[in-house]
Design a protein around this ligand. Structure first.
Ligand SMILES: Cc1cc2nc3c(=O)[nH]c(=O)nc-3n(C[C@H](O)[C@H](O)[C@H](O)COP(=O)(O)O)c2cc1C
Length: 219
């Protein structure tokens, strides 16, 4: 029998320590692999289902489900390619065929391609756009982390075409919805060095610390 005042570590403690370490390694391992560095195959159907289900674990104030994801299967990439080219031409009427071809080519790069859509307005006015956007970001990060855990590469891409009328029409976006970014997932063809992460001191302070109080008094 232990006479120590400290309670002995239980199996639960050990499990939780292992889970903490595992999760920490996983989330520090996630990094962007841009679509041009991805290669097929994409996630298989079971992996796709798991990645999509990971989004549902995101915090969602008021359970509005303010986000959705639309897959762009290979059979539909040509339609997206034309939207990319048309959006470029609308921005730059002088764009030549090489630039238009480069814009089209972007639609074909990712083995698995999803459009992330957020409903930032409408329904419950008590949940502002910022909270809906945050929920969407959490859902996307869940997906990226699960893809990382599966050994897959992933990255987000954006661009001016996301705001184009053509893209809104292609994906059937409602007036209260915005296309936020594409989620690209596949196998890592060409790994990139991880970027240096900011130190915690760059984004963390504590209320009551002299620096925080000084900053507050100067507002
Ligand atoms: C909403 C969103 C859109 C992004 N769009 C692009 C993009 O169009 N092109 C790109 O190179 N990176 C894009 N990124 C990825 C960032 O560049 C990347 O996260 C950043 O370089 C940090 O790298 P890391 O993800 O490996 O930490 C996007 C990231 C976010 C959050």
């Amino acid at each position: 029998m232990s006479t120590s005042t400290e309670s002995p570590r239980t199996d639960l403690d050990a499990e939780s320590a292992a889970a903490t370490q595992w999760a920490s390694v996983l989330l520090h391992q996630r990094r962007t692999t841009l679509p041009k560095r991805l290669q097929g195959p994409g996630p298989d159907p079971a992996q796709q289902a798991e990645i999509l289900a990971a989004a549902s674990a995101a915090p969602d104030h008021g359970q509005l489900l303010p986000w959705r994801f639309i897959e762009v299967p290979q059979s539909q990439r040509a339609r997206l390619a034309e939207v990319f080219a048309a959006a470029l031409l609308k921005r730059d009427g002088q764009a030549g065929e090489p630039a238009l071809e480069q814009a089209r080519e972007k639609a074909y790069r990712a083995p698995w391609l999803l459009l992330a859509v957020a409903r930032l307005r409408g329904d419950d006015p008590a949940i502002p756009p910022s909270e809906r956007l945050l929920s969407t970001g959490c859902a996307i990060q869940n997906m990226l982390l699960l893809a990382t855990a599966m050994g897959l590469g992933s990255g987000l891409t954006s661009g001016k075409a996301l705001q184009s009328e053509g893209l809104r029409r292609l994906f059937g976006l409602q007036p209260d919805e915005d296309a936020l970014c594409f989620i690209n997932i596949g196998h890592v063809g060409q790994a990139r060095k991880a970027r240096e992460r900011p130190p915690v001191s760059a984004y963390f302070t504590r209320l009551g610390d002299p620096r925080v109080d000084r900053d507050a008094s100067s507002v």
